[in-house]
Design a protein around this ligand. Structure first.
Ligand code: ADP
Ligand code: MG
Length: 649
């Protein structure tokens, strides 16, 4: 013969009350329940019935004594093993139904199935079938507050049956019902007993207890009578529990299933407290929005600077005449300096630079602009192609030929009718120069000077005919390998110092300027970033706060889920996901706000550049913030004591 289903031996339960006084609520209860029995435990209020039921159902542990379920000692079980016992072994029915508010009857009934890992389709069909059987088919999608007490109690019975638990523990199931609904519930329990399920019905009402086959009476924490031992037992053959109802073992619900549920739960609690949530999330929203908007502004500024600086040529080293201190004597920069520099390693080309204001004229059109006396290497040094004709040559330079190359805009000004300037003679300061080429459009290089508004002439010609002095303002050096530009710069410096006997020049290169610009921008980004992190932290504290409130408000719900067999991890994950979702939602709103405000700045103030990395990073930080700050509330929820949680208001 197999072991009896439930065996309690000398169970004692002592509560420590305030002031160090211990109250013994159960004083040595011994009780054996066979599979298939319908037992009523009757007794006046305070006699210890609920305490006994909590121990029977694995919600609570006895202070001493042994409790065996199907021969297995469960009094010492901990945490998740206890949860598994509740999940597969017992279905609870409470006096106040304990349905999860705000979710439909169907969802309430399905809930234990989630923790048992039933596949969604099976869960759905089984819950629907149970509700249909209990006469609630029409009301499957009603919420608890849309149902009468009797209906709610039937939903809770359906929930108790969901995982096919062999034992139903009903604590005062009729206590809150009118007599007609109460009778219906008792009839239902009878029916379940008739199917072979084991029923433990707890009641203070003797008339209700009479429905059972066996009545156990309790008084002051002791069993004072038992119809089974008193000979009054109405024996009924124990039928096997139907196949569908035997506990099935499934893998725990997948992460996605729990994510789905957590999402719905999160939306529900958000919906219920929309305004409060919105206020709490403001930190995250503002944090994320500011990260996105400020980074976009920063990136926009950086790109503008880079574009401007980059257009000057990353491959260029500038050698400027004069030390920058007007009191020091200076030697002029000369073409010979350039030729010496050209012989240095990594130097690709050297371009002398001597500019002067000029007046150019063609026909009756006058144009006041800048002339640049330089060498034939300009197109190479500047990576600046000629659009029409060709640039003047080294031969022109040597010969001091009166030839000129026009900038794009100069050509347009002097030849407005689209006539080709090539071969024509233009007057530069009243001296005729033959046009050999027109430069391609380069755009605004420096931001201060229109690069396309130049007239280029050979250095020798410019010196002889336009300026009269061979002193260069600067020498532009282009290098072969940009990576070695610093080295080349130092070499030029050393060479020039040697040639001039002093440091009466300045050397610049664009990479240094880019580096400075980038460093400035990076510092800005870092500052903005830290401000955003602080905002996110504040937002995270907001999330923690709202989650702690949520845990407190939903303590009973947590108890209900634990009674249904939720593991510590299930509860923890639910609240963590809620926190992450709430924060993620804040993050998304923040993204929208950040994009909108960034776009406004872009439209009216300065260029902005949104980067996917910044947006993804901001949302990720929001979600991570939610997870980190949700951890404490989630832990708190998961560590609640089921009995205490269930009895919370
Ligand atoms: P019943 O369900 O028969 O009305 P209970 O089992 O709920 O009785 O309670 C039995 C006794 O234990 C009561 O006197 C109650 O005050 C006490 N009791 C129940 N739970 C606690 C607790 N957590 N701490 C202290 N005393 C408790
Ligand atoms: Mg009670």
């Amino acid at each position: 013969m197999s072991a009896p289903l439930l065996v309690l031996e000398d169970i004692r339960k002592t509560y420590a009350t305030g002031g160090g006084v211990a109250v013994e609520v159960l004083r040595g209860v011994s009780l054996t329940v066979e599979a298939g029995e319908f037992v009523a435990i009757v007794g006046s209020s305070g006699s210890g019935k609920s305490t006994l039921m909590n121990i029977l159902g694995g919600l609570d542990r006895p202070t001493s004594g042994s409790y065996r379920v199907g021969g297995r000692d469960v009094s010492e079980l901990e945490g998740d093993e206890r949860a598994a016992l509740r999940r597969d072994g017992f279905g609870f029915v409470f006096q106040h139904y304990h349905l999860i508010p705000g979710t439909s009857a169907q969802e309430n009934v399905e809930m234990p199935g989630r923790y048992a890992g039933l596949p969604a389709a099976l869960r759905e069909s089984r819950a629907a079938a149970l509700l249909g059987r209990l006469g609630l088919g029409e009301r499957r999608h009603h919420r608890p507050n849309q149902l009468s007490g009797g209906q709610q109690q039937r939903v809770s019975i359906a929930r108790a049956l969901m995982n096919g638990a062999p034992v139903i523990l009903a604590d005062e199931p009729t206590g809150a019902l009118d007599s007609a609904s109460g009778a219906e519930v008792v009839a239902l329990l009878r029916e379940l007993a008739a199917e072979g399920r084991t029923i433990v019905l707890i009641t203070h009402d003797r008339k209700v207890a009479e429905a059972a086959d066996r009545v156990v009476e309790m008084r002051d924490g002791r069993i004072v009578s038992d119809s089974a031992t008193d000979g009054g037992r109405r024996s009924r053959p124990a039928a096997p529990v139907s196949a569908a109802a035997t506990a099935e073992h499934h893998t725990p619900a997948s992460v996605w299933t729990s994510a789905g549920e957590a999402f719905t739960a999160a939306l529900r609690s958000l919906g219920a407290n929309g305004f409060r949530t919105a206020l709490t999330l403001l930190g995250i929203v503002i944090g994320v929005a500011s990260v996105i908007a400020l980074l976009a502004i920063g990136e926009g500024a950086k790109r503008a600077v880079m574009a401007r600086v980059g257009a000057l040529g990353v491959n260029l080293v500038y050698v400027l005449a004069g030390s920058g201190d007007p009191r020091l004597p200076t030697t002029p920069l000369t073409e010979a300096d350039g030729e010496a520099i050209l012989r240095l390693p990594n130097v690709e080309s050297v371009m002398p630079y001597l500019d002067m204001p000029v007046m150019v004229r063609y026909g009756n059109i006058d144009h006041r602009t800048s002339g640049l006396a330089t060498s034939a290497s300009l197109p190479l040094t500047h990576r600046w192609p000629v659009a029409a004709g060709s640039f003047f040559t080294t031969a022109d330079e040597r010969a001091g030929a009166a030839v000129a190359v026009l900038g794009h805009n100069v050509a347009k000004r002097l030849f407005p009718n689209g006539e080709s300037p090539l071969g024509r003679h233009v007057q530069v300061n009243n001296i005729p120069f033959q046009v050999t080429g027109v430069m391609g459009q380069k755009g605004d290089l420096t931001g201060s000077q229109d690069t396309d508004d130049w007239v280029f002439v050979p250095l020798s010609t410019g010196v002889q005919r336009l300026v009269g002095k061979p002193d260069l303002q600067l020498i532009l050096v282009s290098v072969h390998t940009v990576g070695r530009i610093a080295e080349t710069r130092d070499a030029i410096g050393a060479l020039m110092t040697k040639r001039h006997g002093q440091e009466d020049f300045q050397i610049r290169d664009v990479t240094a300027r880019i580096r400075t610009a980038t460093e400035t921008q990076d510092t800005m980004t870092l500052l903005l970033g830290s401000a955003a992190v602080v905002t996110l932290l504040v937002g995270g504290i907001g999330v923690m706060n709202i989650m702690l409130v949520s845990v407190t408000e939903r303590t009973r719900e947590i108890g209900i889920r634990m009674a249904a067999g939720a593991r510590t991890a299930d509860i923890e994950r639910q609240f963590l996901m809620e926190a992450a979702l709430v924060a993620g939602l804040g993050g998304l709103v923040g993204v929208a706000l950040g994009l909108a405000s960034g776009a406004l700045v872009g439209l009216f103030v300065m260029p902005v550049l949104f980067t996917a990395t910044a947006i993804a990073g901001a949302v990720t930080s929001a979600v991570v913030t939610g997870l980190v700050f949700g951890l404490i509330p989630a832990r708190r929820a998961a560590r609640l004591d089921p009995v205490a949680a269930l009895s919370s208001e």
